[in-house]
Design a protein. Structure first.
Length: 557
């Protein structure tokens, strides 16, 4: 048996075979965007909703292996080599960047590498695609120590309810991981098994409220569809996961004295998460997809072993479903953190358009009356669109796409909480310390309480693209208003950026690149040395981010 394994490994190093029904990893450079554009052209090779990713495809661009004539026959066995992906980023001066498989949002140079093999034997599917991140992990100036004690305490309010370190330890950051790997058993449209791959729930192109590829993937047991399952009322897609999340263990501030004074250390315990998503594509409304998701997380030390402890996703939605000694429990004594999202996507191939939304709520309502009267509490939302315009004279297509992601607390905070400072924001929780994995949010990666608006205009032809990107990021708005900085000389920290996009194919090699100029107004809420109370002036900072992804295919049809 050992000899057979060694022989198969040697064969793999020199040859490979064609695999059908391969999955594109979540947010795979270039290819996922092509599949999404194909839906708008009515040339869809997936037939899915794009509300549950990774997607599976029969696109020849991703069939990258050749047939192998084995000297012996193993009926039903297939083996192949997967593309090698390398993303390298250089960032000057300050943190920036998200949705990048665990690359850290720190200045300096860093790189991500992933590749591996895929095997199938009858209904057993194995993907081994490890990855690692190597980052310079340079520090940057914040001038947090120049703020008042009350302002610093409010900064740590979010750090003590989340896990968003400014710097990921001291020195070089190196993190190997199982990456986009999984072992599953498939039957028809369904599969069950274990995985460490990133998942993406919801229609977002740049962000997602629940799961995205912003953080490193986490180990989880999964039951899911691999393609739309047909029913008498339309197609459905679903996934349920049971997984383990970890905190980074890093202190949040780069200033040790402030950490010692204000930070509540992590316990070292891992967190259990249980989540479910369901998508419905009604057969009566072609191109419309609608779904919901629900997630729970809590530290293992506070979790029991009953059915509801392992599967809290099946419990009641409101807090008045929970009783203790005959009284309603308004705050979950077990430290559970829940989020619920609703999302939809409308695809109109006739006009080559798509519209989508995602709306989420982080906190339980006490009852349905409270939800009806106060639906904007603890909410976040995403809106976006994608539009194609064919230009026959050029033989190319103009693509315009845009997305708004809003996490900042609503004006409801003024009546919901004592004072005007508000409460917690999206991806934070008092007991569960944030919906994060190893220091990065699982969904929205732009920063706690931040909002972003993105517009991309590009000229595309097949896999190739030339475009520009406009982005406005309002950083940590919830902290700004909780710390009452609006009554001081300090103004909101807003990043305005312009990016240049270039995707190109060179035989078996694909290049996806971006050069982004980022101008930060009132960077880190700092004051310019020339600022005075009568003429307040914030400190501005201009930085550059250069990023390139190289994807090498072993064989190109």
């Amino acid at each position: 048996m050992v000899a057979l394994k060694i022989y198969l490994l040697i064969l793999f190093l020199f040859f490979s075979i064609d695999l059908l029904g391969q999955g594109i990893p979540t947010s795979f450079p270039i290819l996922e965007e092509i599949q999404r554009r194909n839906q708008l052209r009515a040339a869809d090779t997936i037939g899915g909703s794009f509300l549950l990713r990774p997607v599976f495809t029969g696109d020849t661009l991703y069939r990258v292996t050749e047939k192998l004539d084995l000297p012996f026959e193993i009926k039903g066995f297939e083996l192949g080599v997967l593309p090698i992906v390398n993303t390298t980023r250089i960032l000057s001066g300050r943190p920036y960047g998200w949705a990048d498989y665990g690359l850290i949002p720190n200045p300096g140079i860093q790189t991500y590498i992933s590749g591996g093999v895929q095997a199938k034997y009858k209904f057993i599917h194995l993907t081994f695609r490890p990855e690692f991140v190597l980052a310079q992990n340079a520090g940057f100036h914040t001038r947090l120590e120049e703020m008042t004690t009350a302002q610093i305490r409010n900064r740590f309010f979010y750090w003590n309810r989340g896990d968003f370190p400014e710097q990921f330890g001291d020195g070089v950051y190196f993190r190997p991981w199982w990456g986009q790997s999984k072992l599953t058993f498939q039957y028809g449209a369904f599969e069950i098994g274990g995985s460490t791959e990133n998942i993406w729930w919801g229609p977002g192109q740049f962000n997602a409220l629940t799961f995205s590829n912003n953080a490193q993937g986490f180990p989880h047991f999964t039951i899911n569809t691999t393609k739309p399952a047909k029913t008498f009322f339309g197609n459905i897609e679903l996934q349920m996961v049971m997984g383990r999340l970890q905190n980074s263990g890093f202190e949040p501030s780069q200033i040790d004295e402030l950490n010692d004074r204000f930070f509540t250390p992590f316990t070292g315990d891992s967190r259990y998460t249980n989540a479910i998503t369901f998508t419905w594509s009604p057969k009566w409304v072609k191109g419309f997809h609608f779904g919901f998701s629900r997630t729970f997380q809590q530290y293992n030390a506070t979790r029991g072993n009953s059915f509801n402890d392992w599967f809290p996703i099946f419990e009641g939605v409101t807090k008045d479903n929970f009783f203790e000694d005959g009284n309603t429990v308004e705050f979950d004594s077990d430290g559970r953190d829940q989020t619920i999202t609703l999302f939809g996507r409308l695809v109109v191939p006739k006009t080559k358009s798509e519209l989508y939304f995602e709306y989420g709520r982080r906190d339980h309502s006490l009852n349905w009356r409270e939800f009806t009267l106060n639906p904007e509490h603890a909410r976040a939302f995403i809106f976006g669109f994608n539009q194609l315009f064919d230009v026959p004279e050029w033989g190319k297509t103009i693509q315009i796409r845009s997305e708004i992601t809003h996490q900042q607390e609503s004006i409801n905070r003024l009546i919901r909480y004592p004072g005007i400072g508000g409460g917690q924001t999206w991806h934070t929780h008092n007991a569960a310390r944030g919906f994060v994995n190893y220091g990065q949010p699982l969904g929205v990666g732009i920063g706690a309480g931040s909002n972003v608006q993105t517009v991309e205009i590009s000229l595309v032809e097949g896999v190739e693209k030339k475009g520009i990107l406009f982005e406005r990021l309002a950083n940590n708005q919830d902290f700004y208003y909780k710390a009452l900085l609006q009554f001081t000389e300090r103004k909101p920290w807003v990043d305005l950026s312009l990016g240049f996009l270039y995707d190109k194919q060179f035989n078996n090699l694909l290049l996806s690149s971006k050069l982004q100029l980022i101008h930060a107004r009132n960077y880190q809420w700092q004051l310019d040395p020339a600022s005075t109370p009568d003429f307040p002036k914030g400190k501005n900072l201009t930085s550059v981010m250069a990023q390139a992804s190289l994807i090498y295919f072993w064989n190109k049809d």
